[in-house]
Design a binder for this molecule. Sequence first.
Ligand SMILES: *Cc1c(COP(=O)(O)O)cnc(C)c1O
Length: 364
Amino acid sequence: MTSSEDIEGLIRPELKAMKAYIPIEPTDVLSQRTDIPEENVIKLDGNENPYGCSASVKKALADYAYYNLYPDPEQRELRKALEKYTGISSEYILAGSGSDELIDLILRLFVKPGDKVINCPPTFGMYPFSTEVCGGKVVSIARNQDFSIDVAAIKKAIDKQTKVIFIASPNNPSGNITPEQIILELVNIPTVVVIDEAYFEFSGSSVASLVPKYANLIVLRTFSKWAGLAGLRVGYGIFPVNMVKYLMKIKQPYNVNTAAKVAAIESLKDMNYLRGTINAIIDERERLLTRLSQLDCMKVYPSQANFILCSVLNGKAKAIHEGLQKKGIFVRYFDTPLLNNCLRISVGKPEHTDTLIAALKEIC
Ligand SMILES: *Cc1c(COP(=O)(O)O)cnc(C)c1O
């Protein structure tokens, strides 16, 4: 009889050895763990949109009549809507089940076991995660002290096995953008260059219009942060046309579910409402930045996204993280060699800022 040890022996050894990604938990789980009622939980750990999606999205989801049918494998209606939103022809666009799926698909397309992927930490954890799941090797080129990209070190690290470079701009968790001039230097390297603009709507800075001019430049975007649709999983990429052809071929045929499609299209129709919430978040980011900077215990980094990175000066980040949790306030805590004693705080509503600052004054 086959034993579970036999099956263990069949599992890819590199996957057994790899570190798991640490995801955030949903509100009901946080509530149960801390014994704080769900409605009192202040969730500032996922860069989610506290205002939620547009009301017309909820109506469109309720009214949609064809959930019994498979979605369009070529995503024609959604890609047309994205053409209008981005100003870039739909032949350059492909949507995914979150931009996380597109990160995975890009790596599946280019990376075979042993190939290299350049990652610039501290940054978004899905790049090394998906690289390793694909059997690729992560080459880490640390960012400079100010979290800018070390272009010279990247160029030095490139060899024939290097396939992809990932840059988040604005970067998660540091909040800074990578200037266009640096990206233009990177696209001269004969590898695929992925610029992840998950927070574009909060930064207003994009290189999407450059994609049609280069054979190796990809821009990724998502509806998770600005449009309040993190739970529905919908993102998109702007790719060279040739890459769209191959990605279309290797993706799961029905990768973007119908609810996600309906919600994304309706969001793009209700930009007046959504621009209002984006602007509210940007205003609140600046207020939160000022209030955090006034605390003696925090070194605060300016941000072009919907979160703020803080380095805790008295070395008590872990204690502050736990102290906030006891009060029902959840932020992200980092303790890695490149990012120790740091907290990343998502921008919430004004009342969330006030509660957070009052709590920090007690704990710090
Ligand atoms: C949140 C985030 C994503 C994930 O977006 P989804 O569309 O929800 O998968 C991608 N990149 C960065 C940098 C992020 O912070």
